[in-house]
Ligand binder design. Structure first.
Ligand SMILES: *Cc1c(COP(=O)(O)O)cnc(C)c1O
Length: 392
């Protein structure tokens, strides 16, 4: 059980301690809870797939609770499979990993509450700084020395130091290092166009990163660990790899470039809680957007948009029950969905798979993303705190 992250995820549901509603419940009348199961073996296989495409070190990015899969669970599997670094967006997230016993280097960026230098030093966590102001604020704090990665904008215009201020940032970093306050340990950029799987599209960012490295070297800061690519660059463009690739989506089975088949790393199941037979012409759910075309059976699953099932999805949306795909009938409600199972009548308690790996009738997170007109990341990171977590 990934208790440390679960505690965060279930914070709004006091009394809903993880594991208390185990999916194996077998008391009469007690159904297995809707459960998101993480599959660490898939993470292991995905790291191997990335490893086969790069000589560089791999940072496992486990922000947003390991893209909804449990940060500690994903981090442990990735490190065991050879990831040498971990990445998160805040020192607080990194501290959860440290508390779970993960001892590899960790880099944090974004820092939604600013950089707490004391906390970073105490947790032994590297921090990315993306502007002279941010570095100033760090240097102003009386703390033990902090390891810093200079985050330079390589075309994203979303954080990272803009080109015209590189010299200021690098100069400030050099002075901070000379004063013993920081150690410049890394150099970071981000690829804006890597999902196109087109080396030509990445070339300007690669050139910017090379220039940044030369500039830092010329300033006397040596050769810090240089990293630019995330999953799509790691899988499709070796020129972007530098010393390390930062892989998040790929760990949980998502290749944003759409060119490499990865292993889905989670399975969302829910029990049928109600089944009914209805005649043709029966409207289902809010606004009666779905009307049965024949005598059929309807079953209710206790997961809805409050649990991360997209409300806006196409009529193709469906779930798997006993090896067959059945369509979602009518609107997704806050707490439930209805499926139309035709001639099949499933008893209450029958397990349905909303998504999972394995193909066949089981929808993937990619299917849900297509049905909802979004990317798979939003599906996996959006599963709500009421859903029980487990680890395969
Ligand atoms: C999220 C993130 C990554 C990981 O990106 P994926 O496409 O999920 O692999 C890498 N670097 C930064 C700065 C990020 O914010």
């Amino acid at each position: 059980m990934d208790h440390s992250t679960l505690r965060n995820r279930t914070a709004e549901c006091p009394g809903d301690a993880p594991g208390e509603r185990a999916p194996t419940a077998s008391r009469p009348g007690v159904l297995p809870a809707p459960t998101l199961q993480t599959l660490p073996v898939a993470v292991t296989a995905n790291v191997a797939r990335i490893r086969a495409r790069t000589q560089s070190m791999i940072m496992a990015v486990v922000k947003a609770g390991g893209y909804g899969h449990g940060a500690v669970t994903v981090a442990r599997a990735a490190v065991a499979a050879g990831a040498g670094w971990l990445g998160t967006t805040s020192v607080a997230e990194a501290s959860v990993l440290r508390a779970a016993g993960l001892s590899v280097p960790i880099l944090t960026w974004l820092h939604p509450s600013g950089i707490d230098a004391e906390a970073a030093a105490a947790a032994g966590v590297d921090v990315a700084v993306g502007s002279p102001d941010e570095l100033d604020a760090l240097l102003a704090q009386p703390s033990p020395p902090v390891r810093v990665h200079l985050h330079l904008d390589t075309g994203m215009s979303r954080g990272g130091c803009p080109r015209e201020r590189w010299d200021d940032l690098i100069d400030l970093a050099r002075r901070g290092q000379e004063a013993g306050r920081i150690r410049v340990a890394g150099l970071m950029g981000h690829l804006p166009l890597a999902d196109r799987a087109d080396p030509e599209a990445n070339a300007p960012a690669v050139a910017a990163m090379q220039l940044a490295r030369q500039t830092v070297q010329a300033a006397g800061l040596g050769s810090p660990l240089t990293h630019l690519a995330s999953t799509s660059g790691a899988l499709t463009d070796p020129a972007t790899h530098f010393d390390m690739v930062r892989v998040g989506a790929g760990l949980v089975g998502i290749d944003p470039s759409g060119t490499v088949a990865m292993h889905g790393a989670s399975r969302l199941t829910a029990p049928i809680v109600h089944t009914t037979a209805v005649p043709a012409g029966t409207p289902v759910g809010y606004d009666g957007t779905y009307v049965t075309g024949r005598t059929t059976h309807l079953s209710v699953l206790p997961v809805g948009y409050a649990d991360g099932i997209p409300r806006e999805c196409s009529p193709e949306a469906g779930v798997e029950v006993r090896g067959r795909r059945f369509p979602v009938a009518g609107r997704v409600s806050m707490d439930q969905i209805v499926i139309d199972t035709g001639a099949a009548s499933f008893p209450v308690g029958t397990s349905a798979t909303v998504f999972g790996p394995g193909g066949g009738a089981v929808p993937s997170v990619h299917d849900w993303a297509r049905w909802a007109g979004t990317i798979p990341h939003t599906i996996v990171s959006g599963i709500g705190p009421r859903v029980t977590r487990s680890i395969a």
